[in-house]
Design a protein around this ligand. Structure first.
Ligand SMILES: [Zn+2]
Length: 448
């Protein structure tokens, strides 16, 4: 695989890594908070910004609104060999809201401080959006074609399940993704650093799987009555008992391929052997990313909201609880059956939102290309697969048969506790990490 990157230094064209900081700051500066109830500012302004950055370099992107203000941008770039399956490179334009009072800085000022860009979206995922834009601008200005067609997507509404973004596009504009076979996006490709057998070791976690989502509502039924009268059909009690049963349930562990490969890889790099029932010594090595992995060892079910009653002395006839379940690939039916059984005869289980689990092979040419791009910039590092406990827009694309990976490459400082910054306070990305990621992504796009 050859690398043409040096050619561009001969011209006046800025390189991708020279533009990425500006692009990231500009995007963070456009508030695209997604509250999930339609009350936010929407993505339109950010989408218009993306449009202007793409048209400036001669591309012909399309801005698509699923409803007023909820905008995505898609552009197709023709490759050398359009008969090959196209590669979708996508990011989301929305961010989760930020409570400014909790932050050290204004979350939408995109300040440069301590060699980092600070702000909501700095890691989720305006960093990657900026990297994609920078690489695409570089590619377009170079006049070179990528090896295969690229479909660049900057999508709305990911933080609320993509119903007004990726899922809407897949349902209403599937032709935009015609011929695509693979996709890359968040949340993978970042480095973790730990003490290895031969000193400090960096490993990049490449996301090859995603758990599925089942947001459920448990609705208990009972007999209404006066608060002073004994009642053995109390909906609140029935709900509480169901909650206690579900919470006490021990979900069986299952190590899917990506999790097993991650654990085996870590064991080899650290020299720490592990037992399937005691992963602690090994997972401790992952620092803040530990929680990401612990969520992928089994299905999970967490209660998040409760609702019942309207007066202190009235027994209500109903009570409800919200349950956030995440299942491993292939586990959805089992999980639903288990929840229904544990909920019991007086509690109905309603599905509020569901989405599929994903499981892509680590042993694939596209993974080799990601590895090669990473190792070209960081030759000493290791690359391991992992499963994401959350979800991304790759779920929607899978419905068109597109296999998605999490590859937003970032070489991170060893002491940066990265994982908790997703949706956390003081979200920030090191400038050097962003430039590194841009170089890796540029190599990847030039060679895949
Ligand atoms: Zn995200």
């Amino acid at each position: 695989m050859h690398d043409d990157r040096e050619d561009d230094t001969m011209t006046d064209n800025p390189r991708a890594e020279d533009e990425v900081v500006r692009l990231c700051q500009d995007l963070i500066g456009i508030d695209t908070s997604n509250y999930g109830d339609g009350s936010g500012p929407g993505e339109r302004k950010a989408a218009e910004y993306v449009m202007s950055e793409l048209t400036e370099v001669g591309l012909d992107p399309e801005l698509i609104e699923s409803e007023p203000g909820r905008a995505s941008v898609v552009v197709r770039i023709e490759g050398e060999d359009s008969s090959r399956g196209a590669l979708v490179v996508h990011g989301h334009l929305d961010v989760v809201p930020a409570n400014a009072a909790d932050w050290q800085v204004d979350p939408f000022a995109a300040e440069l401080k301590d060699d980092c860009i600070w702000g909501r979206g700095a890691v989720d995922m305006k960093d990657m959006d900026a990297m994609i834009l920078a690489c695409v601008r570089e590619l377009a200005r170079s006049g070179k074609k990528p090896p295969r067609d690229l479909i660049i997507g900057m999508l709305a509404d990911e933080e609320a399940g993509g119903l007004k973004g990726s899922h809407w596009l897949v349902d209403h504009r599937p032709e935009l993704f015609e011929g695509a076979t693979e996709a890359i996006s968040e949340v993978g490709g970042y480095s973790v650093t730990f003490e290895g057998t031969s000193g400090e070791q960096r490993a990049y976690l490449l996301q090859t799987a995603e758990k599925g989502i089942a947001w459920l509502r448990l609705v208990a039924h009972g007999r209404a009555g006066h608060g002073s009268v004994p009642n053995d059909e109390n909906a609140v009690v029935r709900l509480a008992q169901a909650i206690a049963r579900i919470d006490a349930h021990v979900w069986p562990r299952e190590y899917i391929a990506s999790v097993r490969q991650l654990l085996d890889g870590l064991a080899e790099l650290t020299g720490i052997t592990y037992a399937d029932d005691d992963l602690s010594p090994l997972l401790t090595k992952l620092g803040g990313a530990r929680g990401f992995v612990e969520g992928t060892l089994q299905d999970t079910a967490n209660f998040t909201m409760l609702d019942s009653g309207y007066k202190h002395n009235v027994i209500p006839q109903g009570a409800s609880a919200s349950l956030d379940c995440r299942f491993l690939p292939g586990h959805e039916d089992d999980l639903m059956a288990t929840i229904r059984e544990l909920a019991g005869e007086f509690v109905d289980v309603e599905v509020v939102h569901r989405d599929i689990a994903l499981d892509a092979p680590f042993d694939a040419p596209i993974v080799e290309q990601m590895k090669a791009a990473l190792l070209a910039e960081d030759p000493e590092a290791a690359v391991l697969p992992y499963c994401l406990s959350g979800g991304t827009d790759n779920k929607a694309l899978q419905q068109l048969g597109i296999t998605g990976y999490g590859f937003a490459p970032l070489r991170l400082p060893a002491d940066l506790d990265f994982a908790p910054m997703f949706h956390g306070i003081d979200e920030r990305v090191p400038v050097e990490s962003l430039k590194f990621g841009t170089r890796v992504l540029s190599r990847f796009l030039a060679n895949s």
